[in-house]
Design a protein around this ligand. Structure first.
Ligand code: SF4
Length: 237
């Protein structure tokens, strides 16, 4: 294949990927809107929606360099939708013992106190691990089944790029499977958009800052469900 033919094929593939993504997005938004119309919007309903979306995430394609215990990307800023933060927090409260919950709270607040967790540079320069990374044991995610969509989406086909970014404390272009990444990230966008359409204060937030709000304000979930802008300090621009 000549170079112009290769370029043409690449451009056709990219157009097809964009069309596919747009179709998935529309389908997901319609489904979630209908689901909320039928069941209302509450913490349990958000939990079911997140569970269903999680089941829809495609398997990571073969050829990814990601391996158990490799956690370079767990030292980066994580952006999530507000419903994800609510569901994760709620599940942590339900699934852990009071002591375990307090320990997680300490870990989250410890990271939050270390600097501006909304700033990408904080993570890059300080190599701070996510509070849910079991750094002293096996470097696995303590909330693996509950993790945000952006964590599920993030992957790499070249571990050297990940290592380089981590060691040099700089933002690096990580080669990946773009369609897998976009279709997985899409679920957070669907949550954000549909809830904004339903009149909620809905935008992307920093994972740790949103959890800090939930751990320190026992009524934050209810306030948000009552359409108060309680997550504003965690808003990402
Ligand atoms: S939630 Fe889990 S997967 Fe996501 S950054 Fe934290 S440790 Fe890593």
């Amino acid at each position: 294949m000549t170079q112009p033919e290769k370029n043409k094929k690449q451009s056709r593939d990219e157009t097809r990927s964009k069309q596919l993504l747009a179709a998935y997005m529309t389908q997901g938004r319609e489904k979630l809107t209908k689901f909320f119309d039928a069941h209302g919007i509450s913490l349990p309903v958000l939990g079911v929606a997140m569970e269903q979306f999680t089941k829809s995430v495609f398997a990571l394609p073969g050829g990814a360099a990601c391996k158990e215990g490799c956690a370079y990307c767990c030292h980066l800023k994580v952006a999530i939708s507000i419903p994800e933060a609510l569901v994760i927090y709620n599940e942590l409260a339900a699934q852990t013992t009071p002591e375990g919950f307090e320990a997680l709270k300490d870990r989250v607040l410890g990271v939050a106190a270390g600097g501006d967790s909304l700033d990408e540079a904080f993570w890059l320069k300080t190599q701070t691990p996510c509070p849910f990374l079991d750094i002293d044991h096996n470097r696995l995610c303590l909330i693996y089944n509950l993790r945000p969509f952006s964590c599920r989406a993030y992957h790499s086909t070249d571990i050297d790029s990940c290592r380089k970014g981590f060691e040099q404390g700089c933002s690096t272009l990580i080669p990946c499977f773009p369609l897998y990444r976009a279709t997985t990230d899409m679920y957070a966008s669907i949550f954000t958009r549909v809830l904004a359409e339903k009149g909620f204060f809905s935008y992307q937030v920093g994972f740790i800052k949103a959890l800090e709000i939930l751990f320190t304000n026992g009524t934050a979930s209810d306030q948000w469900l009552n359409r108060e802008d309680v997550f504003k300090p965690a808003k990402l621009i």
